[in-house]
Design a protein around this ligand. Structure first.
Ligand code: FAD
Length: 372
């Protein structure tokens, strides 16, 4: 069957790209080696968060979070979309000074925030330990259930005629032609959206799997209301360290508490490491000692597709005419899927994008890269 666009990979990024291309009137085929939304997307927390670590990260996360917000009313209940907001927690007075800087950054760029002192934080989240210095509240950040959000995007693509083929492993991409076990398929454009596996199909893409552990508890509705993140989270997310943990606690719509997170470069070894999980839990207990009374029911791991400069790789891959890439979203791929899809569709169709696509160009230089 002829198709205008082939999207390889049906994670949240591929799903969003398929929807955006189908919405632009292209016939789209999505090829997924296993099953839709079964990769990093299934492992993620689903925190839709505006980040301030660089102007480029801010631009993409802000665009994307706002796109999710605009579509909140369309999502079926299974996507578990909730406007939880984010509380960036300062443990000490020194950290509280950073809250001021963070607040100024967001306010200057039109993002609604509120600064909380220790007392206000304790009233907002009584299960946090007393004595924390304060927090920055970003009230419009959200949470979704990532695999269902991705499947919903695929269903929206299908409603516009896109075709999803599961169990279709792509063994090679030769420009506009992709090879699968059952034969080759051609299209005017191909999007490599295979997450951490992307360099296997497009050698030279600087993407490495960055493993993360998450722990989920039994149901304790109301234990916390906001997504709680320690202010030092960025040190863990964007430091060059081979192994780190940071406190990150999310209230799920089910009443469960989802606890993160760890980061390590360990290849594709998905095994659970009790030692790093213990570090993660101990870190969480420093912020919320009441967690000790909760029952944890499951731990899992997933692989964030990491790049040397912590920005995703989005756009044409000039070495191969007709090939576009959309990968490298590390710990922000759920958040940035919709903005990414917009940039990909704009690149494919030669349209102007709402944000400058240059910082995400896959062929950019990586001076002072954190990892190879
Ligand atoms: C522990 C953890 C917590 C996270 N928390 C958050 C969060 O709170 N907020 C947030 O925004 N992000 C979060 N992330 C990051 C997010 O999960 C990823 O950035 C995002 O899921 C990447 O999506 P993707 O579609 O690029 O990759 P994937 O979801 O991995 O999808 C790629 C797909 O490609 C398929 N594939 C691979 N090779 C082939 C092939 N050869 N042929 C065909 N198909 C192929 C795979 O089977 C897979 O389905 C988290 C990640 C982890 C691990």
């Amino acid at each position: 069957m002829p198709t205008d666009a082939i999207v390889v990979g049906a994670g949240v990024v591929g799903a969003a790209c398929a929807e955006a291309l189908a919405a632009a009137g292209l016939s789209v085929t999505v090829l997924e080696s296993r099953f839709a939304a079964g990769g990093a997307t299934a492992a993620a927390m689903g925190h839709l968060v505006v980040m301030d670590d660089s102007e480029a990260q801010f631009a993409l996360t802000r665009l994307s979070r706002d796109l999710w917000t605009r579509r909140a009313g369309e999502m079926p209940p299974g996507c578990e979309d909730e406007r939880t907001g984010t509380l960036w927690i300062a443990a000490t007075e020194d950290e509280l000074a950073l809250v001021g800087n963070k607040a100024a950054f967001y306010r200057e760029r039109g993002v609604d925030v509120a600064e909380l002192d220790g007392g206000a934080l304790a009233r907002e989240e009584p299960n946090l330990r007393p004595g924390l210095a304060g927090a920055l509240l970003v009230p419009d950040d959200r949470v979704v259930y990532p695999p269902n959000a991705a499947r919903w995007l695929l269903s929206r693509a299908a409603a516009r005629g896109a075709r999803l083929v599961e169990g279709a492993e792509v063994s090679a991409i030769h420009g506009r032609r992709v090879a699968t076990r059952t034969g080759d398929l051609e299209a005017a454009c191909v999007v490599n959206a295979t997450g951490a596996a992307a360099p296997l199909l497009t050698p030279g893409l600087p993407v490495a799997p960055r493993k993360g552990h998450l722990v989920i508890t039994d149901r304790y509705p109301g234990f916390c209301r906001r997504q709680l993140v320690e202010l030092g989270y960025l040190r863990s997310a964007h430091g060059a360290s081979n192994e780190s943990v940071a406190f990150n606690l999310q209230p799920r719509a089910t009443g469960q508490m989802l606890l993160g997170s760890s980061r390590e470069f360990a290849g594709f070894d998905a095994s659970i490491r009790p030692a790093i999980r213990a570090r993660m839990v101990l870190r969480a207990l420093e912020y919320a000692p009441a967690l000790a009374a909760l029952s944890a029911i499951r731990t899992w791991t997933g692989f964030r597709p990491a790049t040397p400069d912590n920005l995703p790789l989005i756009g044409a891959w000039p070495e191969t005419p007709g090939l576009f890439v959309a990968t490298g979203h590390e710990g922000l791929g759920i958040t940035t899927a919709l903005g990414t899809a917009r940039l990909v569709a704009d690149a494919v169709l030669g349209r102007t994008s709402p944000i400058d696509p240059a910082p995400y160009r896959p062929t950019r230089a990586f001076p002072g890269a954190a990892h190879a």
